[in-house]
Design a protein around this ligand. Structure first.
Ligand code: GCV
Length: 840
């Protein structure tokens, strides 16, 4: 057989094999929801007469991207390789272009004449027997968004026959912020290092940046601030700007404008001035020169984000100037170029006296900005976090949204799950965001709603600039956010920024179909997990509006109930022996409630009408206060924590029903995260419940708290080599203690199983610190039933709520009298810590 024929045979065999194995092919998650997986034959049937040509009218980088994406998507989903031309010819075609061009090229096409910025129309028409699918954008970006919409419709199996869809975004600003440091680390990033920076420079290979641009464009995001709001002055220095040019170029074909965060003291730190006083003309000149230099090299640069006078960042208070003075001096430099200045509303004092019961961090935003309404320049936008504290599991809508009427505003939402499980837990966020967006601030005349979404889009008070900013913090991990399911949040953010009226259910359904396919079993299981995940997390991490009961002055991950108290950070929940919650009433508390309009305040002020999910955010009540269910607050806390842990366990069983229906790689990776979450939910449950039981002195009426069936404390086992230690905070270890091994040759803990024989789960709770990868072996009657390494890379170097981890050996056959032996070998500085063993 000649070499050529051998080659052909190999190619054919390969093609057949790859065809056969395609559905089961391992997936990394790199394409997110843009997988363009082949449609099932039934779904594909309705696109049988799909055109084989794409006509691109005009030319630009964004138009070319649109065309190439269409070619890619149609090839993937329908197996049709589109030919590309520049003019409408004799056959069926998809025609893409700006509205005016489409109207000129296709006589009689019903393209609307008045599309707003970034808007588009997609429709079908018939001209002399030719069937045309038209994608017409108000400008190039609209063409791109229309193209992605068409592809989404096909991915979702929507019929195209009577397609006639006009879409315009709810607001002009739809940005993401990335808290990336120039050294490649990411503040509150949980998916590997930066895709933008390394070693104080922009990365040499920006492939991931354009891939990210593609994901962003597909959901209508049009701007990205790539650098941490805790800003590095280097990012705007003359020698760095050429590096920004490369980043802007990677984003440009996707219609995403580049922006960076700035340090307010830059005029002094890098400008050679002895001041950064915003009213000093030399400071204004510094900003003008800096901005002009950037725009000379990046004409479509978006603007800056500024965090000033917050968490140690310097700001206008250094010169007794106002936030408006600070914002305007920079905004004036940006204005001639069409740039905008996002000024963060996250300004508060982190050295407040906790003893003063009238002090309240939640008040800070309104107190700081209320009197400045109307004093900001037209291209300044106040960037306001959804709640008045800081991305807690439950907060009311920030009252600042309803306070500003003459200032542009955007809502800042957090996609990265800083306080919500850091992508080691699944928490689907659109339902939480929707609660805020759909909240009625009641600041307009009686009878008129003032929904937060209408305030932030600018609709309520006719503000020209407004919209949505999502703190995303994607990283180099192939699946972007560390957890495949967490991508539903990036997707959901973009979809809501485009149309805040969409429902969480619809977003979950769209995302799941595109990410995992349309098998009804997959849709049901994934939607079930996503939609229950926020309530579940709230149940086990902090219910009734108390806030996420995590270590708030540390890494914000695991439980640490007391860390909120007795410090200046103001995330107090004020739990003591008698009661719990922050009194924010006007009558007896901090007066925060008075920052809302009178109609809203009235509801929050009264215990009788305050929504119970915000009870402890607004009121301090005795533990024995009865909720509308008739339960006491303390019993509710206990019960919700049990419920939340059960819900998290349920996610594992639901996901397991998808074995074989989802590709193996993503199936196993998601399973691993869900199993960790289920274990950590128990850690949360026990820590919070035992803390409240000890603090309140009130026993759980169900007798569950502190008395887990089948649990044996490690310190009560027969120990060889292990020593007993106290764990801090105490509530993050069962009984407050654990055992650690200091011997490199390993340690063992043994006990006799005394219960009835049968198949049992054996759970080991240990601590997986980030400073080593200890090894564990579990043996029953001398036979190994499980082994693992503690190498999860959890965010702490000590044994505490961040590192407490449960490992379960399922269905182990046990006989009465069997010896259960746990062997542990330390590694690095991690002393193979163990908290308890449970046989269930
Ligand atoms: C980027 C919280 C976070 C900080 C973050 C800050 C902010 O305090 O913990 O990491 O800083 O918010 O939003 O500026």
């Amino acid at each position: 057989m000649g070499r050529h024929r051998i080659g052909v045979v190999i190619a054919v065999v390969f093609a057949v094999l790859s065809c056969v194995s395609r559905p089961a092919a391992a997936e990394t998650g790199a394409d997110g929801w843009l997988r363009y997986a082949p449609l099932s034959s039934t779904a594909r049937a309705q696109y049988a007469s799909f055109p084989a040509t794409v006509v691109m009218l005009g030319d630009s980088p964004v138009l070319r991207t649109s065309r190439d994406e269409l070619v890619r998507g149609i090839a993937g989903m329908l197996g049709v390789r589109l030919a590309s031309t520049a003019a409408v010819g004799a056959g069926d075609a998809i025609v893409i272009g700006r509205a005016d061009q489409v109207r000129r090229a296709v006589a009689g096409a019903a393209v609307p004449a008045d599309l707003r910025a970034d808007g588009f129309w997609v429709g079908t028409t018939s001209v002399s027997g030719r069937r045309l699918i038209l994608v017409a954008g108000q400008a190039d970006r609209g063409v791109l968004y229309g193209t992605f919409t068409l592809l989404r419709r096909i991915a979702l199996g929507d019929p195209l026959a009577s397609l006639d869809e006009r879409q315009e975004p709810a607001a002009p600003i739809r940005w993401v912020n990335e808290w990336n440091n120039l050294d490649g680390t990411i503040e509150r990033g949980y998916a590997g290092p930066s895709i933008f920076f390394e070693n104080n420079n922009v990365r040499a290979d920006l492939t991931r940046v354009s891939e990210y641009g593609r994901l962003l464009a597909s959901i209508g995001i049009n701007g990205c601030d790539v650098s941490n709001v805790n800003a590095n002055t280097r990012v705007i220095m003359p020698e760095f700007v050429p590096q920004l040019v490369r980043l802007a170029a990677a984003f440009r074909p996707w219609g995403v404008r580049l922006s960076v965060s700035i340090d307010f003291s830059s005029p002094q730190k890098i400008g050679g001035l002895d001041t950064f006083d915003p009213l000093d003309p030399r400071v204004a000149a510094f900003w003008k020169t800096t901005v002009d230099r950037i725009y000379a090299q990046i004409p479509d640069f978006g603007g800056f984000v500024l965090k000033a006078d917050s968490e140690g960042r310097l700001g206008p208070s250094a010169y007794k100037r106002t936030h408006a003075d600070a914002a305007n001096v920079i905004a004036r430099a940006l204005a001639p170029h069409g740039g905008v200045l996002f000024y963060r509303g996250f300004v508060y004092d982190n050295r407040m006296d906790w003893r003063n019961l009238k002090n309240d961090r939640a008040r800070a935003a309104v107190d700081n900005f209320k009197t400045l309404d109307g004093s900001f320049d037209a291209n300044v936008i106040l960037q306001i976090k959804n709640g008045p504290i800081d991305f807690q599991v439950r907060e009311p809508a920030s009252p600042l949204f309803g306070t500003l009427q003459k200032t542009n505003q955007v809502i800042e939402l957090q996609i990265t799950q800083e306080y919500l499980g850091q992508q080691r837990h699944i928490v689907y966020l659109p339902p939480m965001w929707k609660e805020v967006l759909d909240f009625d601030m009641q600041v307009q005349p009686k009878g008129m709603q003032t929904l937060v979404r209408d305030l932030v889009t600018g609709k309520a008070f006719s503000r020209p600039l407004g919209g949505f900013v999502g703190v995303s913090n994607v990283g180099l991990d192939r699946n972007w956010l560390g957890h495949h399911l967490a991508m539903s949040n990036l997707y959901g953010f973009g979809r809501l920024a485009w149309n805040p009226g969409l429902s969480s259910e619809r977003i979950a359904d769209e995302w799941t179909r595109m990410t995992f396919g349309d098998d009804p079993r997959v849709l049901k299981a994934v939607a079930g997990i996503l939609l229950e995940s926020w309530p579940a997390y709230e149940n086990y991490s902090g219910s009734l509006g108390i806030g996420t009961l995590t270590d708030i002055i540390g890494v914000h991950f695991g439980p640490g109930v007391e860390s909120s108290e007795r410090n200046g950070w103001g995330q107090w929940h004020r739990s003591d022996g008698m009661g719990v919650g922050m009194d924010r009433t006007v009558a007896t508390g901090t007066g925060f409630i008075g920052q809302y309009s009178p109609d809203v305040a009235r509801v929050f002020e009264s215990l009788a009408t305050c929504p119970e999910e915000l009870l402890l955010f607004m009121h301090h009540v005795p533990y024995t206060h009865r909720l509308r269910s008739g339960k006491t607050v303390i019993q509710h806390i206990y019960d919700q924590h049990y419920l939340g842990a059960e819900q998290a366990a349920g996610f594992v069983s639901r996901w397991k029903t998808l074995e074989g229906l989802v590709d193996r790689e993503r199936y196993l990776e998601v399973l691993d995260r869900l199993e960790f979450q289920a274990g950590h939910a128990v850690v949360w449950r026990d820590a919070v419940n035992t803390w409240f039981q000890r603090t309140s002195g009130i026993q759980d009426e169900k007798g569950l708290v502190g008395r887990e069936a089948g649990r044996v404390e490690a310190e009560s086992l027969s120990l060889t080599g292990f020593t007993i230690v106290d764990v801090t905070p105490w509530e993050t270890a069962s009984g407050g203690k654990a055992v650690v091994c200091d011997s490199t040759s390993g340690c063992a803990a043994t006990f006799e199983y005394r219960d009835s024989p049968g198949a049992r789960d054996i759970v080991v709770q240990y601590y997986d610190q980030s400073d080593g990868a200890s090894r564990y072996r579990l043996l029953v009657a001398g036979r190994e039933v499980d082994r693992w390494r503690a190498d999860r890379n959890l965010p702490h170097v000590e044994s505490n709520g961040h590192t407490a981890t449960r490992r379960t050996a399922h269905g182990v056959s046990l006989k009465t009298g069997n010896l259960i032996r746990l062997e542990a070998t330390p590694d690095g500085r991690e002393p193979a810590p163990v908290d308890y063993v449970e046989v269930k």
